[in-house]
Design a protein around this ligand. Structure first.
Ligand SMILES: *Cc1c(COP(=O)(O)O)cnc(C)c1O
Length: 418
């Protein structure tokens, strides 16, 4: 029998364990400067907790606004326990157990994506930093060549290329937001490209670039490939034999991620984690040479490679690695167990909703969803773009002000705060 775990019970158990561990050291005093006046503490906490009610009810079944959800209770309990200790995964001495766990989950993610071992990888603060590292390595390998990016890729690629002073060539997309192979072919013939960025699950439409074909094209031009799978990477599980059958799912393109030179994937998107958990993976561990630096004040307990020696960020929450590790042990990366059925439910929901929209006169579906993002617009009375915009605004306002929506309480709380 499976049941949704009680967050209270899990957090209590986790914190109790850390308490007991601390008790085993024997009693010690805290410095008096850490004390707080009880009234002020009460007031601060009261106001803080009340202000949090100004959030939207992200985990209510009727919330469908953003690609945003609360972490799984297991991740919360695991995070809180490690956060109390506050290990830093920059150096092995900063957090030995969570550094080890980070290496284990990074291997799990690489295996899920089918990348051949050994890969080089580590967790990051999020997808932006993961992509930045991929683009930085792309520049180090090909300083004189440009980066090719599909027009529908996340804006981070343009921005990070600016930071890195990398030339960017934009490759046009088709009507459904997928990179156009004919345009890619032209670009590869006309320009000196070092690395192509493809997206597995675009942030806007959830579409998947034709990765399998694009990688083959790049191979023949000796161009590297980075796949931004920050959003969609976990859906790779849906291509495995034990996954539920899904008509029209872009299996071959998810499978082709394994041919990429680098991949970014965000456990804080579909991996049930709190924010602050991205991951970058490189096919060739030798790119680790670009990260080389000395840090005599942090690397002294071990001859082993410290995570800080293969990442651009310095301090990183060991709690993020711990939470992911514990979550993936309880909910494995399998197509028919753990994370898989959650992803399958997301895909089914998107498809069911898309079918409803297609049956409706009031709404128009932009394109059948390839992952779990549904793009649609209210059918306008006149076929003008401004009419679509007006109708969208009206629909949004009505949904936001629906008196029966779970958001009504939040809205009242906002009003009373002013
Ligand atoms: C979310 C996202 C990013 C940015 O990642 P953050 O974790 O928000 O920094 C990059 N690319 C894609 C495709 C994304 O969905």
């Amino acid at each position: 029998m499976q049941s949704y775990p009680s967050i209270d019970a899990l957090v209590h158990r986790a914190l109790q364990h850390v308490d007991d561990w601390e008790d085993s050291w024997g009693a010690f005093d805290r410095h008096p400067s850490l004390g707080v006046a009880p009234d002020r503490l009460d007031d601060a906490l009261d106001e803080y907790l009340e202000r949090l009610e100004g959030n939207y009810p992200f985990h209510h079944p009727r919330y469908a606004g953003q690609m945003l959800k609360p972490p799984h209770p297991i991740a919360v309990a695991a995070y809180v326990a490690a956060q109390r200790i506050n290990p830093n995964n920059h150096a092995l001495d900063g957090g030995p157990p969570t550094s080890q766990m980070e290496q284990e989950v990074v291997t799990d993610l690489a295996d899920m994506l089918g990348l051949p071992a050994p890969t080089l990888g580590h967790l990051t603060g999020g997808g932006t930093v993961a992509n930045l590292e991929a683009l930085w390595v792309a520049r180090e390998l090909h300083p004189d060549r440009a980066l090719a990016v599909s027009a529908d890729a996340h804006y981070t690629h343009g921005r990070m290329s600016d930071v890195l002073n990398l030339d960017v060539v934009e490759v046009p997309t088709d009507a459904r937001g997928r990179l156009r192979l004919d345009a890619l072919q032209q670009t590869l013939e006309a320009e000196p490209i070092g690395t192509l960025v493809l997206t597995a699950g675009t942030t806007g439409l959830g579409t998947v670039d034709p990765i399998a074909d694009a990688v083959s094209l790049c191979d023949s031009h000796e161009v590297r490939v980075h796949v931004d799978a920050a959003y969609g990477g976990f859906f790779r599980l849906m291509t495995l034999d034990a996954a539920p059958p899904l008509d029209g799912f872009p299996d071959e393109h998810f499978e082709a991620i394994q041919r990429a030179d680098s991949v970014a994937i965000d456990p804080h998107k579909h991996g049930l984690q709190p924010y602050g958990c991205g991951c970058i993976l490189f096919r060739d561990p030798a790119v680790g040479r670009f990260y080389q630096h000395d840090s005599p004040y942090t690397y002294f307990t071990s001859e082993e490679l410290h995570l800080g020696e293969i990442s651009l960020e310095c301090s990183r929450a060991g709690a993020a690695a711990g939470a992911l590790w514990c979550t993936l042990r309880a909910l494995p990366l399998a197509p028919d167990d753990g994370v898989g059925p959650i992803l399958a439910a997301c895909l089914r929901a998107a498809r069911t909703w898309a079918e409803e929209i297609e049956r409706s006169d009031a709404l128009t579906l932009l394109a059948p969803p390839e992952t779990d993002i549904v793009a649609y617009f209210p059918t306008p009375e006149t076929p003008r773009l401004s009419a679509v915009e007006d109708a969208s605004r009206t629909l949004f306002d009505r949904a936001m002000n629906d008196p029966d929506a779970p958001i009504a309480r939040t809205r009242d709380a906002r009003r009373s705060v002013g």
